[in-house]
Design a protein around this ligand. Structure first.
Ligand code: GUN
Length: 292
């Protein structure tokens, strides 16, 4: 078994991003600028947004964080997004999900200008992605592609099984793995909550991507010998063992699955760190006007 080391790869790619950001600053006199919006006080979201902002600083981007209480109305939030859409000093906008129930994530996603949609969630970017046109790719799937690329993992002709069909990971991931690109060119199966026997499919997977949000969902008996296993799970549990007061668990029973896998991502230290790289690369591409 070999580790797909998100810490190593993300640090390496962030160094390259920092070099490009410095070049942009010399050429244009400005830094790439990401605006993040956080509504409410969800513990996971607080941590992820803080980490995104810190990474911006690290690679020499500007960042702005707008924080709102859960009581903000949908109209107020949409108005703020409109304002940022118009601001020529902003290259990328992200609204951290999930949002409170009274705010429609779909409306918010569609309000963000596709040209600043560095999360790649806008239907215009998703449609362009599906057509293999220049687009911002959703940050987590993008990070996974970068990881596969970095380790030179051949995906063409392989059977890729994606467990989970979320808008953020499972659904775009399945499209990307089936596209005529490298990485890509897989035969793709998507499993979800209504799939009666997930094991039947997962056992045939050469590449198994798990994004279902359930701790230890994938056990060793569900994995083929030599499979490549990508664990997108970010299941937080409170813990007295850590300084932060919580511990992160993946969707894969790492201890028992790892000996069977040819390659596997750890949690933490795997896909989560690559998501941030995907976001930074999109923001850089926006500042360089590479997509639109
Ligand atoms: N919530 C979980 N993952 C993500 C992400 O990649 N972007 C945003 N905006 N919210 C998330």
């Amino acid at each position: 078994m070999q580790l797909l080391d998100g810490k190593f790869v993300s640090e390496k790619l962030k160094q390259q991003i920092a070099i490009e950001a410095a070049e942009i600053l010399v050429k244009t006199g400005r830094k790439p600028h990401l605006v993040a919006i956080l509504v409410g006080h969800d513990g996971g979201s607080e941590t992820y947004v803080a980490s995104k902002i810190k990474s911006c600083e690290k690679v020499g981007f500007n960042s702005t964080l707008y924080r709102y209480e859960s009581s903000i109305t949908e109209v107020e939030l949409l108005k703020k997004i409109d304002e940022i859409n118009q601001d020529p000093e902003t290259d990328g906008i992200l609204v951290q999900l999930p949002l409170p129930k009274h705010i429609s994530a779909d409306k918010v996603t569609e309000k963000i200008s596709p040209e600043k949609d560095v999360d790649g969630f806008h239907p215009v970017n998703l449609g362009r992605m599906q057509r293999n046109l220049p687009s911002f790719l959703p940050a987590t799937p993008y990070g996974i592609l970068l990881m596969l690329q970095e380790y030179g993992i051949e995906t063409s002709g392989k059977h890729c099984v994606v467990i989970g069909r979320s808008n953020i990971v499972g659904s775009p991931m399945s499209i990307l793995m089936a596209r005529n690109t490298n990485p890509g060119n897989c035969t793709v199966t998507i499993c979800h909550s209504k799939t009666p026997d997930i094991k039947k499919f997962s056992l045939d997977a050469d590449i198994l991507i798990v994004a279902i949000g359930k701790k230890n969902f994938v056990t060793a008996d569900m994995v083929k010998d030599g499979a490549i296993v990508i664990d997108v799970g970010m299941n937080r549990e409170t813990s007295t063992e850590t300084k932060s007061g919580y511990k992160l668990f993946g969707d894969v029973d790492f201890e028992n699955v790892a000996p069977k896998a040819s390659w596997i991502t750890p949690v933490p230290g795997g896909v989560g760190l690559m998501t941030i790289v995907g976001l930074l690369k999109n923001t850089l591409a926006s500042a360089k006007k590479e997509i639109y």
